[in-house]
Design a protein around this ligand. Structure first.
Ligand SMILES: [Zn+2]
Length: 49
């Protein structure tokens, strides 16, 4: 199955702090809580296109 590289951006400051590999048939937008060094706290990171 093919996969694509997507960035996870902080929903507070917009910094793209993480990249993950996702399968291409994934339709749901990924959103996870991760540490943002810019905000200095754990924030929600959302998949960017
Ligand atoms: Zn942030």
């Amino acid at each position: 199955m093919a996969s694509q590289k997507v960035s996870l951006a902080c929903t507070i400051c917009g910094s793209r702090n993480y990249t993950v590999m996702l399968s291409k048939d994934r339709t749901v937008r990924l959103a996870v809580k991760k540490y943002c060094s810019h905000c200095g706290q754990h924030t929600l990171h959302q998949q960017t296109k």
